[in-house]
Design a protein around this ligand. Structure first.
Ligand SMILES: [Zn+2]
Length: 251
């Protein structure tokens, strides 16, 4: 190899290496704010609002080596999108994530749960049975990847929208895990690590997880959870869900 060729080879190699590590540093710095929040032991609250004006790049926030797309059109700026912050928070899971949401149709968020499950985090999902069999439901995808999913199978909606990270952080609000919630609807996610709040959500999740155990009958599990039958007959207060909807509404 001629001297000039050798020089240009090493210059190229050096430039590529510098570009790679600069990108890694940039990526770490960009994700640092909310990743640090997930590790913060001091009490805090945050709020995320949707929809985002631009779409966050999932690869940038989730993949180990970030986004490799040349001239990516999605956002790499965490301050620009609530979804980017949510990706970062979900990416901070170390031991467990419990998700209790009415409906899941957002592939990006479901893929993160699958990835966490593959990384040996404990992933549990509770959702509403109404959406179990609709076309764009992703419950089948979670189950096929070995994630435990339980559905309510009750005449009422399982209408919660919360998640618990490592039994330390709560994400709750109007936000269903759907594409429309990210890109269209006005939604919010309230985030806190306040222990007395977190403990109440853990208790609720564990109770529902037990109630919706498919091995148990409702008569075994539901006593005390709902109003008595005589009060239930007041249809102005208690509307059965499944008879009123001719076809599923996608949120
Ligand atoms: Zn990208």
């Amino acid at each position: 190899m001629m001297l000039e060729e050798k020089t240009s080879f090493f210059v190229g190699l050096l430039t590529g290496t510098l570009a790679f590590f600069s990108y890694r540093l940039y990526k770490i710095r960009c994700r640092n704010t909310w990743r640090a929040l997930a590790r913060n032991k001091n009490s805090y609250t945050r709020v995320l609002f949707f929809p985002d004006k631009v779409i966050a790049c999932k690869a940038f926030y989730v993949n180990d080596y970030g986004c490799t797309t040349f001239e990516c059109h999605f956002s790499h700026n965490e301050e620009e999108t609530s979804l980017g912050k949510l990706f970062t928070l979900l990416g901070s899971v170390r031991r467990s994530i419990y998700v209790c949401v009415y409906t899941l149709t957002c592939n990006d968020l479901v893929d993160i749960l699958i990835r966490l499950n593959q990384m040996a985090a404990e992933v549990k999902v509770i959702t509403d049975s109404e959406f179990e069999n609709i076309n764009n439901s992703l419950i089948w995808k979670l189950r096929s990847c070995g994630i435990q999913v339980r559905t309510d199978s009750l005449p009422y909606f399982m209408h919660h929208k919360f998640a618990i990270i490592d039994e330390k952080i709560i994400l709750t609000g109007s936000f269903n895990w759907t594409i429309k919630a990210v890109t269209g609807n006005q939604e919010d996610i309230f985030i806190t690590n306040k222990p007395h709040v977190v403990q109440q959500y853990i208790k609720e999740f564990k109770e529902l997880w037990h109630y919706f155990d498919p091995k148990l009958s409702h008569s075994q599990t539901m006593s005390g959870r709902y109003v008595q039958h005589s009060i239930k007959k007041d249809k102005t207060l208690f509307q059965p869900k499944k008879k009123l909807i001719s076809e599923p509404v996608i949120f």
